[in-house]
Design a protein around this ligand. Structure first.
Ligand code: ZN
Length: 259
């Protein structure tokens, strides 16, 4: 399966999760006592809101957040399999080095931790909105809108994390794997258009080695960024659209940088 297909699948699980949580919260708000659109600060309401706030993180899990993370981890495994299949096509050894495996688990663990942080922040922000409503001043309809907007922001964060993680993972695992297998040259492939970063525009369409990229790691718009992001996963910048494709020999491409 391609990285894009895995990405779409994981993004869909996160969208489903956040919609489910929103429905649960709205159903809960429906049961509260209100007067003129404002929450009544009676014991029933306060106890119920308090219980929800305590259960928010659990609610997120129940709504599917944990399984969306599992989905992403499964996607990471699929990327590994896809790379192995690709190496078979190029007649390269199919064995992943122990180092590649450990790098993969390290990156997967990092991705999982970041996604859990997003869940905590989302639960915290919704809890804050509920507390504000409980002390009055916020209409129930506004509270619902505010919760929906908050969840949208965190859903967006989770999705962006998925995109960047899967892409940089695919890129660095692939380069590492093919370098271990003896591949010297990679094609710096992808679009060369108005939004192409300056750094990328120097390499698009040429053959490069990780060492050549490393040599220019702090030039053409990449300077002054500390710590310097790794060239094989970060390339020209965050969410770079370019890819490093392994070549058999020199593949008939001129050596980069080309400009
Ligand atoms: Zn790029």
């Amino acid at each position: 399966m391609s990285t894009e297909a895995i990405e779409r699948r994981v993004q869909a699980s996160f969208a489903q999760t956040f919609r489910a949580l929103e429905r649960r919260l709205i159903a809960l708000l429906d049961e509260l006592h209100e007067q003129d659109g404002l929450l009544v600060s009676d014991q029933f309401n306060l106890a119920r809101l308090d219980k929800t706030i305590r259960l928010l993180r659990v609610d997120l899990s129940a709504a599917g957040y944990d399984s969306a993370i599992q989905d992403q981890l499964a996607g990471i495994e699929e990327i590994k399999d896809a790379i192995l299949a690709e190496s078979g096509k190029l007649n390269l050894p199919e064995e992943f080095g122990a180092e590649s495996e450990s790098m993969l688990s390290m990156l997967a663990q990092g991705a999982e931790e970041e996604l859990l942080t997003v869940a905590d922040a989302a639960a915290g922000a919704v809890a804050q909105a509920l507390r504000r409503a409980a002390v009055g001043g916020l209409k129930l309809t506004d509270l619902i809108l505010s919760i929906a907007a908050t969840l949208d922001i965190y859903e967006g964060q989770a999705k962006t994390l998925v995109t960047t993680t899967l892409h940089s993972l695919h890129s660095s695992v692939r380069v590492k794997h093919f370098t271990d297998a003896g591949v010297e040259w990679f094609l710096y492939a992808g679009p060369d258009d108005d939004v192409t970063r300056e750094w990328c525009s120097h390499f698009v369409g040429t053959r490069v080695t990780p060492a050549i990229l490393e040599e220019h790691a702090s030039e053409w718009g990449r300077e002054g960024k500390t710590p310097l992001r790794p060239v094989t996963s970060w390339r020209g910048g965050w969410n770079c659209r370019h890819e490093l494709i392994p070549l058999l020999g020199k593949g008939g491409y001129r050596e980069g940088p080309g400009k």
